[in-house]
Design a protein. Sequence first.
Length: 162
Amino acid sequence: MKSQVSKIGFGGGCHWCTEAVFQSLQGVTEVQQGWIASFDDQYAFSEAVIVFYNQLDISLEKLIEIHLLTHSSTSDHSMRKKYRSAIYSFTEEQSNQSKSIISKFQKDCNDRIITKVYPFKSFKPSPADIQNYYEKNPLKPFCIKYIDPKLKIIRDHFDNQQ
């Protein structure tokens, strides 16, 4: 079967955490860690990742579901400029599909999902020394405290994705 690679951006919390979450998934072919900016009020760069994935192996819906479950997608805390809860779309079709998926998950969520869909404008990669952070540092206290619990969520809810 032929590969159908697509890409989408995700922001939520620390890009080390977001990077590790998506790197752990079957069907994800590459994760670029850094900062993403959109347009208008969202012009400032915010920590995020670009996820390249094979649509035949993992759906956009599953990626968004995992994103919503592995960061504070219902918390409008004071660090939202640095850690924007976002999905960055590369096409209008992807934007509409992402909004529809969020609406679907909102129906089953007691709290209001604050994650917004924005058009992708630009990306600045992280310095090389902090890329693949979890892969290089799985036993560091930050990884154990913040990343391991997110990976446990994936194992507990999506065991066929790992």
